[in-house]
Design a binder for this molecule. Structure first.
Ligand SMILES: [Zn+2]
Length: 265
């Protein structure tokens, strides 16, 4: 099960705005449906693990490059604000004045040195990246020399995956409906030139050595969506006969289908 214990406070590397991010103690990668482009429907884990949008400076940043500036426990996050002290009558005795000074001093001591007013105003959540910004960031990333960013390759993969999956979103409800109605033919599938270009970019990234089995299956999908069925078939040879995802991909490749699919479950 996914368990969260408080949150981490991260600063945007561009403008130092502070954001919070759940601090995962354990993670559950279960999803209701898994799609062939890697999209996990109704997943307990959010997508786009490393990319966030800074709403203050409008830049996308990699969460691994955001310095951690503090953390909050669950108790600290949900601690109710302290009640307002009732108006006190002006003390007449010296003892009364001393007590009042004591209680004021105690109240003034910050419970959190970093963000003393945090209870009243928690920093906003670090937000996921909307599609348009992912496209812009990808263009900027491709324009700058890759050597300057150690995570550039991974970051490019994430941005491209984000664009790929969001570009396929329109088809998901159509396919789900066709499945429900037990239609024999899938709904018509189309891809824009930009989507095909992005797929070619992803292919180049996945073709690099040191690829995981998960990425190999995504490469099968990229080949299939590009209509490169021979390449997809050759890669599927590397999977066991009873591999469930490979079995479904073999079916789609056999029928020369290019649409995004949903693995049977
Ligand atoms: Zn920023």
């Amino acid at each position: 099960m996914t368990r969260i214990s408080g949150c981490l406070l991260l600063a945007c590397p561009h403008c130092q705005a502070v954001y919070r991010k759940p601090n995962y103690v354990s993670m559950n990668f279960m999803a209701m449906y898994v799609w062939t482009d890697g999209y996990r429907e109704a997943s307990l884990m959010p997508p786009g693990e490393c990319m966030r949008l800074c709403t203050q400076c409008d830049q996308i940043y990699d969460i691994r490059e955001a310095p951690e500036v503090g953390s909050l426990t669950k108790e600290e996050m949900y601690e109710p604000p302290p009640p307002l002290p009732p108006p006190e009558p002006e003390p007449t005795s010296a003892w009364g004045r001393f007590r009042r000074w004591m209680s004021r001093t105690a109240r003034r001591r910050p419970t959190r040195t970093l963000f003393p007013d945090l209870r009243a105003d928690l920093p906003p959540h670090a937000e996921w990246v909307p599609t348009e910004q992912a496209q812009q960031r990808l263009e900027a990333l491709l324009a700058e020399p890759h050597g300057s960013n150690p995570n550039a390759r991974e970051f490019e993969t994430e941005l491209r995956m984000r664009l790929w999956q969001s570009g396929n979103d329109w088809f998901r409800p159509l396919l789900a409906k066709a499945r429900e109605e037990q239609a024999t033919v899938p709904p018509p599938w189309t891809q824009t030139d930009a989507q095909l270009e992005n797929l070619r970019g992803l292919k180049a990234l996945f073709l690099a050595p040191g690829r995981s089995q998960h990425d190999t299956m995504l490469l099968v999908e990229v080949h299939r969506q590009l209509g490169e069925f021979d390449e997809a078939e050759a890669l599927l040879e590397t999977f066991a006969q009873d591999h469930e995802e490979a079995e479904y991909q073999r079916l789609l490749v056999g029928k020369r289908m290019r649409h995004v699919g949903r693995y049977p479950n």
